[in-house]
Design a protein. Structure first.
Length: 239
């Protein structure tokens, strides 16, 4: 009888021990985890789900829209993104047809050594970094000018598209430094951010990668002083 009880005690201890071991394996703490992944068509697949769909990937080129095999919500890290720009993208499409969009915002600041003259127009160009939506545009200069109903700046931002042929206006029609325009902000302050009012046509604010934007500051009348070091800041939010 004693031997039989001893035998079952050993079996029970083994069972309990294996259960504890399994529990510890589930809650294991790993100090450092390195994923080599596999590279297919220039994309390094770092993590897969149980259906063999990609959950996490990296590379220098964002997967082309319509590519199959990426799980809904898959995160792609673009390893050669320029300093100051977001590098993470999320698949908002399906596993059969991916559609990656940037997570967070792209912000481009365009500075010019050419001052805005007291008359005429000053123009800059930027290229859209990723298919997204313009969510904010602002302007600043190292000096300003007072509000005037006859001598003022009209701001324009046109999306010229992929081939420079489009003329979609991204700003509100009365985006000027007149006292009653642009939300009544009036003249420019010295080294002060001047937010520009976006168009109410929200569909126009959707832009595609490599679209060309034309940023213009057009003077009506004659300013009392030129605006030195004009700076434009455009924020692109993932759609």
């Amino acid at each position: 009888m004693f031997k039989r009880l001893f035998f079952w005690a050993i079996i029970l201890s083994l069972f309990v021990g294996s259960s504890v071991y399994a529990a510890k394996m589930e809650d294991a703490v790993i100090g450092r985890l390195t994923l080599d992944g596999e590279t297919i068509s220039g994309v390094k697949r770092l993590q897969m789900d149980s259906s063999n769909k990609v959950l996490l990937a990296s590379g220098t080129t964002v997967p082309t829209n319509g590519t199959a095999g990426y799980a809904k919500g898959c995160v792609f890290i673009q390893t050669d993104t320029a300093t100051g720009l977001c590098a993470r993208y999320e698949n908002i499409g399906t596993t059969a047809s991916c559609q990656f969009r940037v997570i967070g915002n792209h912000v481009i600041e365009s500075n010019s050594l050419t001052s805005i003259a007291t008359t005429g127009a000053t123009v800059l160009y930027i290229t859209v970094p990723e298919t997204s939506k313009v969510s904010n545009i602002s302007f600043a200069g190292t000096n300003g000018h007072g509000s005037s109903s006859t001598d003022y700046i009209t701001f324009q931002v046109l999306n010229l598209g992929q081939y420079g042929l489009d003329t979609n206006q991204l700003l509100h029609g009365s985006c000027t430094t007149k006292g009653t325009d642009n939300g009544g902000l009036g003249g420019l302050g010295t080294n002060t951010t001047y937010p520009l009012t976006l168009t109410t046509d929200t569909g126009t604010l959707s832009v595609s990668k490599n679209d060309r934007l034309k940023l213009s500051a057009i003077v009506t009348g004659t300013l009392t002083t030129s605006i030195a070091r004009p700076s434009w800041m455009v924020t692109f939010a993932g759609e």
